[in-house]
Design a protein around this ligand. Structure first.
Ligand code: SAH
Length: 237
């Protein structure tokens, strides 16, 4: 009978940050489904596919599927339904299927929606853990995320700069994911935050040709935050 479907977390971009378990699953798979975004010229761009290429995984079984970045969730929901249909078809034909996710698949990942659709059809899904981007970002600059009694909050949306200023005042380490969505609010906050609050800013961590890091406020202000950017904000006395 069929195998279960495996969701493999690829890590944030540096191909060496995949787990051995994940790599073994990729090597055994007949088909590997990778999320991609569609460029304006219609071609697809997939960080997952780039990681697989670096790992030396044969491209013959790789299937890219589009994930709409539109604020209207309807588009993405349709994409998840489409890919779940393709995966279920191949699975029922007896193939070993892997669905990939950037970073960790259980941390802000569209693979969760696809997993839910498959599970609802009685198909079993297993998930292999991976290194989330914020962990890799902190490690790349040897920044401690939390120690002793410190706590951490992950933020993915901000309504105002005041909200971020309040959060900073609470003294927790903050991880700002999807920072491109609230770039201007981060920049507003930067200008007024106390000096002992350090804004660690990361772009494309782990991608040698694109990665960028700075904690200089003036430099952060000049950046146009790309999709793969995040900030770690910490009080460092
Ligand atoms: N599953 C992923 C998160 C996906 S949400 C994880 O475990 O990390 C996408 C967000 O993650 C991006 O908007 C960005 O904030 C962050 N991100 C992912 N990869 C990144 C990278 N290589 N460098 C910087 N930020 C990254």
């Amino acid at each position: 009978m069929s195998y279960c479907i495996t969701i493999v977390s690829l890590g944030p971009g540096d191909s060496e940050l995949i787990t051995l378990k994940g790599l073994n699953s990729l090597r055994e798979a007949d088909y590997i489904f990778c999320p991609a975004t569609v460029r304006s010229d219609g071609t697809m761009l997939s960080r997952a596919q780039e990681i697989l290429a670096e790992l030396g995984i044969s491209s013959s079984g790789i299937c890219l599927f589009p994930v709409a970045m539109n604020e209207n969730r309807r588009y993405a929901t349709d994409d998840y339904a489409d890919v779940a249909r393709m995966i279920a078809e191949k699975y029922r034909a007896g193939y070993k299927i892997v669905l990939t996710a950037e970073g960790d698949a259980g941390f802000y990942s569209s693979s969760a929606y696809v997993s839910d659709i498959l599970t609802a059809q009685g198909i079993s899904v297993e998930r292999i853990a991976g290194v989330p981007a914020f962990i890799a970002c902190a490690a790349s600059e040897n920044i401690r995320i939390s120690e002793q009694d410190e706590e951490m909050t992950v933020i993915t949306y901000l309504a105002s700069a005041e909200e971020l200023i309040t959060r900073i005042g609470e003294g927790r380490t903050l991880v700002l994911m999807k920072a491109s969505r609230f770039e201007s609010l981060v920049k507003e906050t930067l200008k007024v935050a106390p000096d002992n609050v350090i804004f660690h800013y990361f772009e494309n961590t782990g991608i040698a040709s694109k990665q960028f890091y700075t904690c200089r406020r003036g430099e952060i202000l000049t950046r146009r935050f790309p999709y793969f950017s995040l900030l770690l904000i910490r009080r460092e006395d």
